[in-house]
Write a protein that binds this ligand. Structure first.
Ligand code: LLP
Length: 429
């Protein structure tokens, strides 16, 4: 267990706050985030890449709660956004648009104009058509748009197929030759300036080799861009650093740095990173309450109040999240370090939600110690791509979110009400 989420005599704590107390106060399902864990990850990234004077652009899509963004902004942090909505969040949270990169394959003219107005650091450009649109909007506004082509370095990041982006046959970025053709075209456009080069090869990457391979291709591309006259000053390596969902499977960021820094150094650029998951993933848990325990034949189903609409990752990617009672009953121990090993005194359960889909599960055949109706469960590593991907499927209000800082806990988002859910719908009754 890490220092931010630890079991004490009475059960699970987030920093110095009892998780059970928060569940009583704010109800379940409830996302709980540790501020210190987020800060420690950001500091770790800065330290590991210090030599390249990095701009660590926190990827807002991983967890866009305003309180989380404020923590990043207060540390002087930078941001990676993919929509006008995310840019608005950064601005509201006190983040600096001049330290914000704007990515995404489908930017609309309105979003481009809003980003130029806000003064974003640069646009990550995914296609020729997008470059044309940016040039046109910038020219109409009398501006020069700073841009970085997103190059697809054709490396295999060896991750889940839904979150792999660096291979040739991906919807993201452009092949090397195509990006150089785009750089040639951009050289003739007075309203754009290519000040950077961007790549992002995938997410939840647990080995360093794909980064090393991609980085050395990046250095060559930057040389070629400079020969075309572009003032390339930023090497954007994207995000993707993996985290340990089970325990021990991901490399520490220092190892990624050891592979990336010596290569990027050759480009004489400042480094941009766009980490999302590694900043917030292990800084959050999802707490739920057991509604029923149901036996069907040989199987035991633990039906609890967090569903696929709250955390879709297990259903969508068959991803693994550790799950353990918040207050293990007498005789049950703290969670094991190795969830794959046989655990004495446990029963294999399917941990499911109330949504009407067989895909609605948080875990299958998962070892749990004895639990009863009303007990609380903690689903770990839920800080990234949890609440941001939540929906109202089955007309379920989305969970509340709490940010813990030492011994204080603040509501970061209150639970939605049914009235709020229905409010936008127009019907004559
Ligand atoms: N930069 C770009 C251009 C991206 O597309 C992404 C993630 C990131 C940065 C941040 O990647 P990270 O450091 O978080 O790996 N919903 C999926 C993950 C989707 C990632 C999408 N792009 C999941 O739950 O695993």
């Amino acid at each position: 267990m890490d220092p931010y989420f630890s079991y004490r005599d009475s059960g699970l704590y987030c920093e110095d706050v009892a998780v059970a107390r928060l569940a009583e106060e704010f109800g379940t399902p409830l996302y709980i985030y540790s501020k210190s864990a987020i800060v420690a990850q950001l500091d770790g990234l800065h330290a590991a890449f210090a030599e390249l004077d990095p701009l660590v652009c926190y990827s807002v899509k991983a967890n866009s709660n305003l309180s989380v963004l404020k923590v990043v902004a207060e540390r002087g942090g930078a941001f990676d956004v993919v929509s006008g909505g995310e840019l608005r969040r950064v601005q509201v949270a006190g983040g600096n648009p001049r330290k914000t990169v704007f990515a995404g394959v489908g930017k609309t003219d309105e979003e481009i104009a809003a980003a130029l107005e806000a003064g974003v650091l640069m646009f990550n450009v995914e296609s020729e058509a997008e470059l044309d649109a940016i040039a046109r909007v910038a020219s109409a506004m009398g501006r020069v748009a700073p841009c970085a082509p997103r190059v697809n370095p054709d490396v295999d990041p060896k991750t889940h197929r839904y979150i792999s982006t660096g291979k040739k046959e991906s919807k993201f970025g452009m092949h090397i030759e195509r990006s150089l053709a785009l750089a040639e075209a951009a050289a003739k456009m007075p309203s754009v300036s290519l000040i950077g080069m961007h790549m992002h090869i995938g997410s939840q990457i647990t080995t360093v080799e794909p980064y090393a391979g991609a980085a050395s291709k990046g250095v060559e591309i930057i040389d070629a861009m400079r020969r075309l006259g572009h003032p390339v000053a930023w090497f954007n390596m994207g995000g993707g650093f993996g985290i340990s969902y089970r325990g021990g499977e991901a490399k520490p960021v220092a190892e990624f740095a050891r592979a990336i820094v010596p290569v990027v150094r050759e480009s004489r650029c400042r480094l941009i990173l766009e980490p999302g998951r590694v900043v917030v993933g292990n800084a959050g848990v999802l707490v739920s309450r057991v509604i029923f325990i149901k036996k069907s034949g040989e199987k035991t189903f633990v039906i609890q109040d967090a569903a696929m609409n709250d955390l879709i990752r297990p259903a969508l990617y068959e991803s693994f999240h550790r799950i353990w009672p918040v207050s293990p009953r007498a005789g049950a121990t703290a969670p094991p370090d190795d969830f794959e090993a046989a655990i004495a005194g446990t029963t294999a359960c399917d941990i499911v939600g109330p949504v009407c889909e067989s895909g609605d599960f948080l875990a299958k055949d998962r070892a749990l110690p004895s639990i009863e109706r009303g007990d609380l469960l903690a689903t770990f590593s839920a800080g990234a791509y949890g609440m941001v991907m939540a929906s109202n499927y089955n007309t379920r209000p989305r969970a509340a979110e709490v940010l813990v800082d030492g011994s204080s806990a603040k509501l970061a988002r209150r639970r939605e009400t049914l009235d709020e859910l229905l409010a936008p719908e127009l019907v004559e009754l």
